[in-house]
Write a protein that binds this ligand. Structure first.
Ligand code: PMP
Length: 295
């Protein structure tokens, strides 16, 4: 069974899937992407990811390459043609292929739509057992971090700086000394009072994670106190527990931050509970899809 990719209307073998060298996604990182987890055959938080895709595209003036309904048909085709039940569905929309020129191309240039699907295991017991180190790095990104842009160079460098120090994720720190988010995840800590802290998504300072939104709703329903405020690395070092959230890493327990051990270096009880709540939500066949609120 070859892996199948989708490129502009065609389902093609993954190995030979290609876009033109003058695609603006390649030339300028002029595009938007989404990553959706496929867990036990279900696209997790599909509605939220599509809401955010539409919003990101609107913010940079790229038209939806097709209707949401049609996109959902392609997404399902990708799942059935690749014959896998667990993985990561990647969707990218670029401004299309045109002779290299910074300004937008002519209106008849159609956005490029690409999808890939990669197998991934969601062994939750193993993931829970795998608390991982995080380091902090300066946040050198542009100011529209609310847009899920394919321009990820700052995050690539942040992640690699983390990996070079043996960390699984890098938490980025803004000019005022506050943690913004992970290179590909949102950052959370649990303080001495047992409150959950995460940075507010207002002001375009972070990407408003779809997983983050789901966790907020679940914590609210469960009576877990959540405070949306920015925190510093010094506060994070003293946290009782810490974790990151993202569509495919789900909830990653953090064992240390810049070498400061968090709790006993393993997943803490509140993180463990939040993980269970999230998995129950993500895998409930009758679950209500959470709408992603752009505000
Ligand atoms: N922040 C950044 C910078 C990210 O790249 C991601 C992952 N896409 C997230 C947060 C988490 O977002 P989500 O939960 O929607 O995957």
């Amino acid at each position: 069974m070859p892996r199948i990719a989708y490129v502009n209307g065609r389902y093609v073998p993954h190995l030979s899937a290609q876009v033109h060298i003058e695609d603006r996604g390649f030339q300028f990182a002029d595009g938007i992407y989404e990553v959706v987890a496929l867990i036990d055959g279900k696209l997790c938080d599909e509605v939220g990811h599509l809401d955010r895709l539409e919003r990101s595209l609107r913010e940079i003036d790229i038209a939806m390459p097709m209707s949401r309904r049609s996109l959902q048909v392609v997404m399902r085709q990708m799942v059935s043609r690749n014959r896998i039940k667990n993985g990561a569905l990647y969707i990218q929309v670029s401004r299309g292929a045109a002779a290299r020129d910074f300004k937008f191309p002519a209106p008849d240039v159609h956005p490029t739509l690409v999808m890939t699907l990669r197998y991934m295991s969601f062994d939750i017991a193993a993931r829970k057992a795998g608390a991982k180190p995080v380091v902090t790095v300066p946040d050198i990104r542009w100011k529209r971090r609310d847009i899920k842009s394919t321009a990820l160079l700052a995050q690539v460098l942040a992640k690699q700086a983390g990996v070079a120090k043996g960390a699984a994720e890098a938490w980025m720190v803004d000019d005022k000394g506050f943690i913004t988010e992970g290179s590909s995840s949102n950052a959370w800590i649990i303080d001495a009072k047992g409150r959950l802290l995460t940075r507010p998504a207002s002001g375009n300072g972070i990407l408003k994670g779809v997983t983050r939104s789901a966790l907020q709703a679940l914590c609210k329903a469960e009576g877990i106190e959540l405070v949306e405020r920015a925190f510093t690395p010094a506060e994070a070092y003293k946290a009782r527990e810490a974790f990151t959230s993202s569509a495919t890493a789900l909830i990653m327990p953090v064992s240390s931050i810049d070498g400061h051990k968090i709790g006993n270096g393993k997943i803490g009880p509140i993180t463990d509970k939040i993980y269970d709540l999230y998995m129950a939500y993500a895998t409930d066949p009758a679950r209500k899809q959470q709408k992603w609120d752009p505000r």
